[in-house]
Design a protein. Structure first.
Length: 95
């Protein structure tokens, strides 16, 4: 899928449409979602982590694709670059 500017809408593939339809009408549609969490012990270089995160997102269009419905059907936009702010939150119990 080619990169698009933010205003270009693409038609979805038949497989994408099928998955979207299942997600709209089935309670078991979350089976395609993969959730995970990781415990990180020690300090993190937040700027380095953010840089690595954005490099992964820039390589994979699926991580930048947004879906929406218009009058003529389901469409998608593949963003050119990721936009997010990182915030470090210390979840250790207060000492």
């Amino acid at each position: 899928m080619p990169l698009n500017d933010e205003n270009a809408n693409l038609k979805v593939s038949p497989a994408q449409l099928r998955m979207w339809l299942v997600s709209q009408y089935s309670e078991s549609a979350v089976s395609y979602n993969i959730a995970s969490c990781y415990r990180i012990d020690g300090s993190i270089d937040l700027p380095c982590f953010q840089s690595a995160f954005f490099k992964v997102v820039s390589r994979h269009e699926a991580l930048r694709t947004r879906f929406f419905v218009e009058e003529d059907g389901l469409k998608c936009i593949v963003g050119a670059k990721a936009k997010a702010d990182f915030q470090a939150i210390d979840l250790r119990p207060a000492a």
